[in-house]
Design a protein around this ligand. Structure first.
Ligand code: UD1
Length: 371
């Protein structure tokens, strides 16, 4: 019998646990073909940023926990790079799968590419065209080191083509990559979770409310931008309830004065939510204000408009079809756009993110290369 393909599923940050859960579920259906090794870099480590996602999404416990924790970009990336290299060599790994745009993604891709181990990049081809974002640097470099580029949309594949990365013939390598449009893997997870969702488990307000999250470093580490956005959320709290699960990075930067203004206006600041809890709130809310790319799409799946406090977004389809708007960190624009959609929400959400079967397409493509 042929040896199974040994595949490392590398995760480290909250959105990656979500995406990896769908791929892991598909790999576990094919045990003759694949041996999966889940590796957690430790980039996110709090219970409510990590463990709860493994439990709710039924992800097996990682075989390796690299425990890198928080530090500067260089240090965090370097620690992951070194530890991933060691384990790729030790376990004689055939394929490394990475997700999105975090330091974990880049470090893993770099370690594997230098060992000539093929890298599969899930969520390839996204661009903000803003290289001041650490995520933009991570995703660009990862794409150029990958053998498989699994794109959530056709526009992501088009962006890769503009950078000289297009689908070439097998045998695949970073010089002759496979570019595959798979649909969005977060939709796989949303569909799976909705089958057993029970909103009555949560204490969700019955009146209209806005769900808000912030975590991008250029927003929360920058006092002027953060203040402008929070002023907008304070003003909006006078009109509708705002529920704001606070990311640990953001928690460090909100001042007492800002917190007080938000709370006095009626905003509810809460701890980061689990996947299922967040989805239950998302399903019940009227509007999302967020700088998160993942939440932006989850909102779209549930047909909720999103106001994005950024100058641009990678998920351009949503802006083009009028269900999301970028308002930068400009208080008046944030408030105006939000009020407009609270009163007059968009009604059309065309199916631009596939059919919720991305994991099957990805696993089939990898299996084919080893035939
Ligand atoms: C990271 C990713 C970003 C992704 C986001 C999802 C990079 C460069 N950024 O941003 O692409 O969208 O994750 O959340 O990889 N912290 C805790 N507890 C935790 C995790 C983090 O307290 O469990 C604190 C850390 O001390 C740190 C801050 O949060 O100061 C930020 O963590 P970090 O891993 O640097 O990046 P994120 O902002 O979460």
């Amino acid at each position: 019998m042929k040896k199974p393909i040994r595949i490392v599923n590398l995760v480290g940050a909250r959105p990656q646990f979500i995406k990896a859960s769908a791929l892991s579920r598909e790999l576990r259906k094919r045990p003759d073909l694949f041996e999966e090794i889940i590796v957690h870099s430790g980039q996110h480590y709090d219970e409510n940023m990590s463990d709860v996602f493994f439990e709710e999404l039924e992800i097996p416990q990682p075989q390796y926990h690299l425990g890198v924790g928080s530090s500067s970009h260089a240090e965090q990336t370097a620690k992951i790079l070194k530890r991933v290299e060691e384990l790729l060599l030790e376990r004689k790994v055939d394929v490394l799968v990475v997700y999105g745009d975090t330091n974990t993604t880049l470090a893993g891709a770099l370690a594997a590419a230098k060992l000539n181990i093929p890298v599969a990049h899930v969520e390839a081809g996204l661009r903000s065209h803003n290289s001041r974002m650490p995520e933009e640097v991570n995703r660009k470099l990862t794409d150029h080191a990958s053998t498989w580029l699994f794109c959530p949309t056709q526009s992501a594949a088009n962006l890769l083509k503009a950078e000289g990365i297009s689908n070439r013939s097998a045998p695949h390598s970073p010089d002759s990559p496979a570019v595959v449009v798979t649909g969005d893997i977060m939709l796989d997870v949303a569909r799976w979770a909705s089958e057993s969702a029970d909103p009555s488990e949560y204490n969700i307000p019955s009146d209209p409310f806005i769900l808000c999250t912030l975590h991008r470093d250029f927003n929360v580490d920058n006092p002027e931008r953060l203040d402008a956005i929070l002023k907008g959320m304070t003003q909006l709290s006078a009109t509708a309830k705002v529920i704001f699960p606070v990311h640990p990075r953001t928690e460090k930067h909100i001042t007492e004065e800002q917190r007080e203004a938000l709370v006095n206006a009626g905003c509810e600041l809460v701890a980061p939510m689990s996947y299922r809890t967040l989805n239950a709130y998302l399903n019940a809310c009227s509007l999302v204000v967020s700088d998160s790319g993942g939440l932006q799409k989850e909102a779209y799946f549930l047909q909720k408009p999103v106001v994005i406090p950024r100058p641009e977004t990678e998920w351009v389809e949503m802006v083009q079809n009028g269900t999301a708007a970028t308002v930068d960190a400009i208080t008046e624009r944030l408030v105006e756009q939000s009020l407009e959609w609270l009163n007059n929400p968009p009604s059309e959400y065309p199916p631009v993110y596939g059919n919720g079967q991305s994991a099957v397409v990805i696993v089939d493509a990898i299996a084919k290369m080893f035939e």
